[in-house]
Design a protein. Sequence first.
Length: 246
Amino acid sequence: MHNLVLFGATSAIAQAVARRMVERGCHVYAVGRDQQKLEALLADLRVRAGPGGKIAGARADLDHLEGFEALYAAARQELGSIDVVLIAHGSLPDQKACEASPEALLAAMHTNATSAIVLASMAAEHVVDGGTIAAIGSVAGDRGRQSNYVYGASKGMLALFLQGLRNRLSGRGIQVLTIKPGFVDTPMTAAFERKGLLWATPDRVAAGIVRAIERRRDVVYLPWFWRPIMLLIQHIPERVFKRLSL
């Protein structure tokens, strides 16, 4: 039976992952920013887990790095040990605002890259050998595009860090999973016009995350078709790519 620590637990994808993991017999320690949403999630998970399940959590602003060690300590106290850490928190910044404001740019990079990287680095000291450290990145991190290159750069930074962490922890049998979703219909993407087959539901992405954890994958694109799409985009020559309005 796995003990899961979930950071950014109130996001739509994270909630769907938590439900699926509890149904598999996992105990969960959930960390989220929104107290009301967190309490609702914990109540739901306790019903799903039944009397034998361990479900606990804490409200925290994950932009504040100084609180991370206490969160890991609380999770270990509640669960006994940590088998899986999933880092699912982040934000979708306004690209134009980031171009106009260094403060906005740095805040976006901190939320989507720095804080997630620190959580992943610290997870290496808390996850049992043979366990899993997973973090949600984005296909946007595979190539910088004018429409969202601040967000993309932060997710690219996270992916590169996880690659190195994976290399470092392979001797301990720890899976380091980089999750790269495409367009997902969540509150974070509420301003987008949702059309076409490229959009996925949070539950579909969650199913892919759980499957990738169980299969000990290193990198997963969700849904699967984003892998060939991004491979094509990565191989467009720069002299051509820079002229495209993407």
